[in-house]
Design a protein around this ligand. Structure first.
Ligand code: ASP
Ligand code: MG
Length: 436
């Protein structure tokens, strides 16, 4: 059994939806995970916000605008009168539900119900479409098996034990369709795996039923070895390890939801990143194997602020870093990169909402300096402790660029540099031409 996940743009228009059959082979055992039609989840967020603000008029207008889009969608997707009528009934049902919240107390619980409608609509429309053209499929309600616990952690075992019987009950069928992103929480309420969570669904399903492979279909031909918007001649990476992919996802290779690699990694399910527009391209295969001693990719993350705390009290002291980190913990601000000397520590953050308060508290430890508009550049590959020469090659490539921080040895797979954002383009290009 394979899991195939298609994102919002892959189902973004009736035309694109129909084209999925160029990729999906209905006779093969598979679960197809769909996102909401692109833009829909954003619209649902806006509608919910209007309800939360008590602005029912705005909620009504936004709901109508989205409904109108789906009326056209249905008209174009189906070719028979019966198909169109089914499609219209379906969207009327979901939009009546969304409108009904005008009469209720609106809390984050209701918000999550609204956010779930996008995937419920896209998958049912697709199932109806397949039925209309005579392709047999089974629609699996994700809300019957996708579950998170009290800590919002997905329950892989639960997913498996609840999904397996549904698959067995429909054992003569090969093509199963289900919703990405949505789930139930420990109270049994409708919830979700956070924005972009459909990849996570696919990976969790792969883990839960020990699938042969998870395929993530997007608009790019796999993960590239550098940012194609900035550097010419980037190439898709043929093979990556999960650890390398996790480093890249974190550093802004937006193609894969960072969390989504973990279940597949734990259960050793290969993940393939493939391009809907070029179905025959090889894409990127992610497995537990790492090609020894290879530099795989370069990625960058903008919008970074570096903070330096200098204090002679740090010298030979213990507990100093803990107290510094506690400040960030109190303000729920994640730290990305750290470097230390004997009398100073530098670290980076990308959430600056609480920065003024953080600085105020850090002033108690010593002198504090800030650098805004920084970029983390990370080079990913297999650089285990027994290897040599990689850091030298990286630094040689950027010897003409001022470096604010360097981090090496945090994992075996990453060398990170902090540069001024104005130097990013040059750094990415120079690294690319020298490392590949
Ligand atoms: N539809 C959801 C979102 O836009 C989930 C996804 O597309 O992965 O965030
Ligand atoms: Mg996505």
């Amino acid at each position: 059994m394979k899991i195939l996940k298609f994102g919002g743009t892959s189902v973004g228009s009736p035309e694109r939806m129909k084209k999925l059959l160029d990729i999906i082979r209905p006779e093969e055992k598979q679960i197809v995970v769909l996102s909401a039609v692109s833009g829909t989840t954003n619209n649902l967020v806006e509608i919910s916000q209007a309800y939360l603000d008590g602005d029912k008029k705005k909620a009504k207008e936004l709901t109508k605008a989205l409904h109108d889009k789906y009326v056209v969608f249905v008209e174009e997707l189906f070719s028979t009168d019966a198909g169109k009528a089914n499609g219209r009934d379906l969207i009327d049902y979901h939009f009546n539900l969304i409108s009904s919240f005008a009469n209720e107390l609106f809390t984050p619980i209701e918000e999550k119900v609204i956010l779930a409608q996008g995937e419920l609509i896209s998958t049912t429309l697709y199932h109806f479409y397949l039925t209309e053209i005579g392709v047999k499929s089974v629609l699996l309600p994700a809300l019957d098996f996708m579950k998170i616990d009290e800590d919002n952690e997905p329950m892989v075992e639960h997913i498996g034990t609840h999904l397996q019987p549904l698959l067995e009950k429909n054992g003569d069928n090969t093509l199963f369709i289900t919703q990405g992103y949505i789930c139930r929480n420990s109270f049994g309420e409708i919830d979700n795996l956070r924005r972009g969570g459909s990849d996570y669904t696919a990976s969790l399903l792969g883990a839960a039923i020990k699938a042969d492979e998870v395929q993530i279909w997007t608009d790019i031909d796999g993960m590239h070895n550098n940012d194609p918007r900035i550097v010419k001649g980037t190439k898709p990476i043929a093979q990556l390890s999960f650890d390398e992919a996790a480093e890249l996802a974190y550093f802004g290779a937006k193609i894969l939801h960072p969390q989504s690699v973990f279940p597949a990694q734990k259960y050793k399910i290969p993940v393939r990143l493939l391009n809907t527009m070029e179905p025959h391209a090889a894409g990127t295969l992610i497995t537990n194997e790492s090609e020894k001693g290879q530099i795989k990719s370069i990625a960058a993350k903008d919008g970074i602020t570096a903070i330096k705390i200098q204090s002679t009290r740090m010298l030979l002291a213990y507990g100093f870093l803990r107290r510094v980190f506690e400040v960030f913990e109190r303000y729920k601000t994640p730290i990305d990169m750290i470097t230390t000397s004997e009398v100073a520590v530098s670290l980076t953050i990308d959430e600056t909402a609480n920065l003024p308060d953080i600085i105020k508290e850090l002033n108690d430890f010593g002198s504090v300096e800030l650098d805004n508009d920084q970029t983390i550049i990370c080079v990913v590959g297999d650089f285990g402790p027994e290897k040599h020469g990689f850091a030298a090659r990286v630094l040689e490539a950027v010897k003409h660029i001022p470096l604010r921080m360097i981090s090496y040895g945090g994992s075996n797979y990453n060398i990170s540099l902090l540069v001024s954002t104005s130097d990013k383009t040059e750094a990415l290009r120079s690294l690319h031409s020298r490392l590949f």
